[in-house]
Design a protein around this ligand. Structure first.
Ligand SMILES: [Zn+2]
Length: 98
């Protein structure tokens, strides 16, 4: 995948927000040609890190209905973000906003 990529950011009020940037390719000895890492998003994610952290915190502390309505994501997306958050943190760590 190359060219322009888009990551969902925290909403600006009631407006959906995105960051869009060119996704440059780099060479890695182990994985060959891959899309370069960006500082605002985790590997293979189409969400900015603050968005993921917010959904993760909400999923732990709020009802499923509240998370999906406030963040305007499907429950599957929220569940996936929470799952990816729990695997990248140590077992004793909590969401950064918790
Ligand atoms: Zn690599």
């Amino acid at each position: 995948m190359s060219g322009r990529r888009r990551w969902r950011a925290l909403d600006l009020g009631t407006t959906f927000a995105y960051v869009e940037a060119d996704a440059s390719r780099v060479y890695c000895k182990q994985h060959r040609v891959v899309v370069a890492q960006v500082p605002w998003a985790r590997h293979n994610s189409c969400f900015k890190i603050p968005f993921e952290d917010e959904v993760c915190w909400m999923a732990v502390n709020m009802t499923r209905k509240a998370v999906t309505e406030l963040m305007r994501v499907t429950w599957r997306t929220g569940r996936d973000l929470q799952a990816s958050g729990s695997t990248r943190r140590s077992p004793t760590a909590t969401c950064s906003r918790a």
